[in-house]
Design a protein around this ligand. Sequence first.
Ligand code: RB5
Length: 146
Amino acid sequence: MKVAIASDHAGYNMKEELKKYLNELGFDYKDFGTNSSESVDYPDYAVEVAKVISSKDFKYGILICGTGIGMSIAANKIMGVRAAVCESQESAKYSRLHNDANILCLGARIITIDKAKEITKIFLETEFEGGRHSKRIQKIHQLTGI
Ligand code: RB5
């Protein structure tokens, strides 16, 4: 399974570390940038990755900025995207089990790289629980039109 990954300058180092970790876990990825620690604008990266999730070209995305918040706000404006900022393994687990989150947003200024690795592993390895949660997710998209 292929993962779309991107960051802004604040998340660049974490992205590079997570790419190595994705290889270790046996996941393929495509890196959508950025390619250095030079200052860039996170919406450019969030929207590009969100579009390939929306089109179902990729099942999961990972977006990293300083807090994860800007990336999540931007990504959640794209149709069919459910982006979740996760700062713990628990939130990563439930973002998949209950929310069927398809983009994981991480804050490189908030959590350590080791924590980001643990969160990423749980996010990518946890399946959506379905059942009563399916109706709620359908409502998110029906009620908002996105
Ligand atoms: C960049 O300084 C910072 O604002 C950005 O990485 C992110 O944290 C925004 O939400």
